[in-house]
Design a protein around this ligand. Structure first.
Ligand code: ADP
Length: 504
């Protein structure tokens, strides 16, 4: 299967034009995982960049004929999870970034996007056309709106659960067939982006974090520009504050007073973006209390900080902020900075008001050298005591493996996601072996507590999939039965989310 033959490359060139078949060493490097110490582990055989859905279908037919494995990406900026690189080295990347059509329904607050549309593209489009709709952007907004939603990325606003806002897909199946989900299954339907369920089984989430199809258009709901955005940036002094902060916020989250996902992060979140480790210490071991105190003083931050924003009509946002005030009254808050934006004010300019950003990518430079990071993010029940327990166990692992504690706890409506960042210098082999060992230790520890990860790096997809073990891995068996039915030749993204058509 792996490594396309000369005849396969020839057919691809005929189908999409030779200039869009990318096979040089430089091309293969471009589509590798730039955060990997050993880029060859997931180095593709090359890349194909089709212009439209018709060409995608043709590529899929050729891939079946020649048994070539394809790895679809939208813009391939999924850093920390493998970037554009495939699970299996020698797979051909299917780069959809040339497909950039945007169709906005301003009245109903929806958009139909091709996969190449980046967050910046969509932002510019809405600005240029004075459309009063806001994006929800992730911390690295360099990528595409569709790719991020399909990998279940998250953002800062009340539309921050991106996969939950998908409404209707167009998908090329592994045999080249073309399907539209939801109401799009009725040709010419005016409600494709308006009503999610359609008729019968729903398929939108079947194409998230999966290898069942290539999404060539994605419908998404966008937030109507609110009248006001209000809230606070809170800082808290002690590690133990994490527990009561979660228990204070969760009821408001469940009630819908807080509609975005507050992310409670530690002091390294600021320091790693704004400075490098060498500016603080030359010690190799874990950062000591003196350094932590110096970082906190410099950035005027607590051990933990959280930014909470309420969106919508001004009177409702103001009332929500009063509820927040009452919830935190008498609690040991270190500091509280109000955030207040009302329509007509100058743009606030942050991701909380839907503006794309890339500066958090700077944390890859924390150790100097050629940096990178990987995340491990288990999902917890929304309880302060369990989160504190998770914090203590995880921090002990950071100490054991000599890495700097960098974590956040993001509050969903009924769960907490504990995002642990492992920052590294990929040219330090000793550090890289500790990162790998620690990642495995984190998986083992969370699994012992029956916490599963929500999304993972290409290197660890089998490992994480194996932790979902109910009834001897029945879910994996189900996924693989669907996979074999849709993709008997196993041409599409082998190994994505631990799903294989046949073990190779
Ligand atoms: P971004 O464009 O946001 O950087 P990527 O293109 O890196 O996101 O996509 C993240 C992951 O989601 C990919 O590795 C791939 O597994 C999956 N994916 C992205 N786009 C598509 C698509 N159009 N169809 C199917 N899967 C996709």
């Amino acid at each position: 299967m792996i490594a396309p033959t000369a005849a396969a490359w020839r057919d691809f060139r005929t189908a999409i034009g030779p200039e869009w078949v990318l096979t040089s060493e430089e091309d293969r490097g471009t589509y590798s995982d730039h955060f990997a110490a050993d880029e060859s582990r997931h180095r593709p055989a090359g890349a194909l960049a089709p212009a439209d859905t018709g060409q995608v279908r043709e590529i899929v037919r050729i891939a079946n004929r020649h048994h070539v494995a394809l790895w679809p990406i939208s813009r391939g900026k999924n850093f920390g999870y493998g970037g554009p690189a495939p699970v299996v080295a020698g797979t051909v990347v299917l780069d959809l970034s040339r497909m950039k059509r945007i169709t906005v329904d301003a009245d109903n607050g929806t958009v139909l996007l091709e996969p190449g549309v980046g967050f910046f593209d969509l932002y510019d489009h809405l600005q240029a056309n004075h459309i009063p709709l806001w994006l929800s952007v992730p911390g690295n907004s360099w990528g595409s709106v569709a790719g991020n939603a399909l990998d279940r990325g998250v953002g800062y606003t009340s539309y921050g659960d991106h996969a939950a806002r998908i409404c209707g897909l167009e998908v090329v199946l592994p045999d080249g067939d073309l399907v539209r989900t939801g109401m799009g299954a009725m040709s010419g339907s005016p409600t494709w982006q308006l009503y999610r369920n359609g008729f019968g089984p729903g398929w939108d989430s079947m194409f998230c974090q999966s290898n069942f199809g290539i999404v060539t258009a994605l419908g998404l709901w966008l937030m109507p520009e609110p009248e006001a955005v209000m809230g606070y940036d809170y800082e808290f002094d002690r590690p133990e504050d994490l527990g009561w902060v979660i228990d204070t916020l969760m009821p408001l989250r469940r009630e819908g007073i807080i509609q975005q996902s507050p992310s409670i992060g530690n002091w390294l979140r600021s320091a790693a973006v704004m400075t490098t480790r060498q500016q603080w210490t030359h010690d190799k071991g874990p950062l000591d209390e003196k350094v932590i105190t110096a970082i906190r003083e410099r950035f005027k931050i607590g051990w933990w900080g959280v930014q909470i924003r309420c969106y919508g009509r001004q009177e409702i946002a103001e009332a929500s902020v009063r509820v927040l005030d009452r919830a935190f009254a008498g609690k040991p808050v270190l500091s509280r900075k109000p955030a207040h934006w009302v329509r007509g004010d100058p743009p606030e300019g942050s991701p909380f008001t839907g503006v794309p950003i890339t500066f958090p990518l700077a944390n890859a430079n924390w150790h100097g050298g050629r940096g990178g990071h990987i995340g491990y993010s288990p999902v917890l029940p929304p309880r302060g005591d369990l989160a504190l327990d998770q914090f203590h166990r995880t921090r002990a692992l950071y100490e054991k493996y000599g890495l700097d504690y960098h974590a956040s706890f993001a509050l969903g409506e009924r769960s907490v996601v504990n995002v642990n960042q492992l920052l590294y210098n990929k040219d330090d082999p000793d550090m890289m072996s500790r990162v790998d060992a620690m990642f495995r230790a984190l998986v083992a520890d969370a699994t012992e507590h029956r916490y599963g990860e929500y999304r993972t790096h290409i290197e660890y997809m089998d490992l994480v999939a194996a932790t979902y073990d109910f009834n001897d891995h029945a879910l994996l068996r189900l996924n693989e039965r669907v996979k074999v039915a849709l993709d008997p030749n196993g041409i599409l993204a082998p190994g994505k989310s631990g799903i294989w058509s046949r073990r190779t």
